[in-house]
Write a protein of this length. Structure first.
Length: 163
């Protein structure tokens, strides 16, 4: 038996004022769409904004449904919407923000497993990492330089091939 260790690398910012202007602006875009989220069941609202290499920004928010699996997260909606409209443009950065109706979210939120896998799919497809900015109510912000920092053993398409 061999024991292995994987570590992740990320940056913590105490507020958005420490971010570069482009990252600060993108995070602000994500925060602006939170209020438009459809979250009548959880009261947990998420906004996502992604910056494409061509400079275009796509925004989305979570959309719940009484049949819970029928709803969708802000991250996947933004990714799919961007690809549907700009299929040839790579995603540079995604900013994710959240707000709860009845409590304060103390730590930056992180994408769910399905959203992590969707981000991984597009990173692999485009051949470049997608920077990820995570935030919530409190000022602390986490920045990661790719999905492998959140999903170190990601599922890859080549694992589906028959040999």
């Amino acid at each position: 038996m061999k024991e292995h260790r994987k570590t992740i690398t990320y940056k913590i910012y105490q507020s958005s004022e420490e971010l570069e202007k482009a990252d600060k602006d993108l995070l602000q875009e994500a925060r602006q769409v939170i209020s438009k989220a459809y979250a009548p069941y959880s009261g947990y609202r998420v906004g996502a904004a992604l910056l494409l290499e061509n400079g275009k920004i796509f925004k989305a928010n979570n959309q719940e449904n009484v049949a819970f699996p029928s709803g969708m997260c802000a991250e996947r909606i933004a990714i799919y919407y961007a690809h549907a409209n700009e299929p040839g443009s790579k995603i540079k950065t995604i900013a994710i923000a959240a707000k709860a109706d009845k409590f304060t979210i103390k730590n930056p939120i992180s994408p769910c497993g399905a959203c992590r896998q969707a981000i991984a799919e597009y990173e692999i497809k485009q051949g470049t990492p997608i920077r990820i900015i995570l935030s919530a109510d409190e000022n602390e912000i986490i920045m990661l330089e790719g999905i492998e920092q959140l999903l170190p053993f990601l599922f890859r398409a080549e694992e589906l091939k028959n040999y």
